[in-house]
Design a protein around this ligand. Structure first.
Ligand SMILES: Cc1ncc(C[n+]2csc(CCOP(=O)(O)OP(=O)(O)O)c2C)c(N)n1
Length: 360
């Protein structure tokens, strides 16, 4: 039987402690969580608008997944490292990646967009599931460096890797689970189960819940309410602490729903019902946290006004920054491919440069 997702916040905003989710709500800066969720949503909204204006080729929206991402990101220590998919805009935000840089990949001006070592936040991966093996390889490196289980909170580190429910159907993800378990690696798999892999519902991919699948590989699976930021934070904190101290991997399933189509190129009206979308809109993660702050008497209007102002400044920066992203030189994609360019590629590059020149 599939377990109910663990949660701490009711939709009305009452805090209900759970024995499996250790969290002292007073130790958490919930206003700050709210700010990060609001700013994340604004990045998303502006990027969609930029795509509609023809400034971006594509945008994968995260609407409805803000709590899962911000909650998970807040469980990180600076030395932990993140392996994202292509949709972790909220995690990027919390890690300090300039959101203008997220746009480059979707504008087609870069294959990356930021330095992964600057914020311990790797580049986006478009190949479903590939990042799970990258993460496991990195976790093996952490073990070999002796950065696990030393007891030094400044030194011990772990990997947080994001995946969608669709990635669980990939061979690479299952291979990553085998390696993580066999080598007891410091890695936490964080699956945002938004219930759809484009048009394929989770029910056609698996007979059991995401969290249950961990059991077959021999490690723990936890199912949390992905619209409850405090539950996501608590579960990820515990799993990351366990990984850093040498107790191996965990799979977290954040059960949620993305209310926008898969990307701006998708028409989800062809396979999802509006009623399903409406039902999840009523469970909006930002509203839930606001309700909690109201209920606990800690919603500060001056703070909200400040965030609204910050949002407007961010939106302006995104619009201007997007248009100013530099176009790469026509030889750049060729030069990025190999350290030493093979002859064949060099001749393709030269041919391309002649073609580009002729067009001008
Ligand atoms: C290896 C591979 N196969 C297929 C695709 C095409 N594809 C892009 S997104 C997607 C569905 C992903 O669904 P999920 O993992 O649930 O993530 P979500 O986008 O819903 O967050 C597929 C099949 C791909 N990018 N890579």
């Amino acid at each position: 039987m599939t377990a109910e997702p663990l949660s701490l916040l009711s939709q009305q905003g009452t805090y209900q402690p759970h024995e499996s989710l250790a969290l002292d709500p007073d130790s958490v800066d919930s206003q700050r969580l709210l700010r990060d969720m609001i700013m994340t949503r604004r990045v998303d909204t502006e990027a969609i608008a930029l795509q509609r204006q023809g400034e971006l080729g594509l945008w994968p929206s995260l609407l409805g997944q803000e709590a899962a991402q911000v909650g998970a990101a807040w469980a990180l220590h600076p030395q932990d490292i993140v392996f994202p998919t292509y949709r972790e805009h909220g995690v990027a935000w919390c890690r300090g990646v300039d959101p203008v840089n997220l746009l480059g990949l979707f504008r087609g001006t870069t294959m990356g967009g930021w330095d992964p070592t600057e914020n311990n936040f790797n580049l986006y991966t478009l190949v479903i599931g590939a990042q799970t093996l990258h993460a496991v390889g990195y976790a093996m490196g952490i073990v070999r460096d002796g950065d696990v289980g030393t007891g030094d909170p400044e030194r011990d580190r772990a990997v947080l890797v994001f995946l969608g429910d669709g990635a669980l159907s990939e061979g690479e993800t299952n291979e990553a689970f085998v390696w993580a378990a066999a080598q007891n690696l410091p890695v936490v798999f964080f699956c945002q189960n938004n219930q759809w892999a484009i048009s394929a519902p989770y029910s056609v991919q698996s007979r059991v819940s995401v969290a249950q699948r961990a059991q077959g590989f021999g490690f723990e699976g936890v199912r949390v309410d992905g619209n409850d930021v405090l539950a996501c934070l608590a579960a990820t904190r515990e799993a990351m602490a366990s990984a850093r101290s040498g107790n191996g991997p965990t799979l977290i399933e954040a059960f949620t729903y993305r209310r926008n189509p898969h990307t701006t190129s998708d028409d989800d009206g062809r396979y999802r019902s509006g009623a399903e979308n409406d039902a999840w809109a009523a469970l909006d993660p930002i509203e839930r946290l606001k309700n909690y702050l109201k209920t606990s008497g800690t919603l500060d209007q001056a703070f909200l006004d400040g965030v609204a102002q910050e949002e407007e400044e961010l939106a302006e920066k995104l619009r201007a920054g997007c248009r100013e992203l530099p176009n790469p030189a026509p030889d750049q994609p060729f030069r990025n491919t190999y350290a030493d360019m093979p002859k064949e590629l060099e001749s393709q590059m030269n041919e391309h440069l002649v073609f580009v020149e002729a067009g001008e």
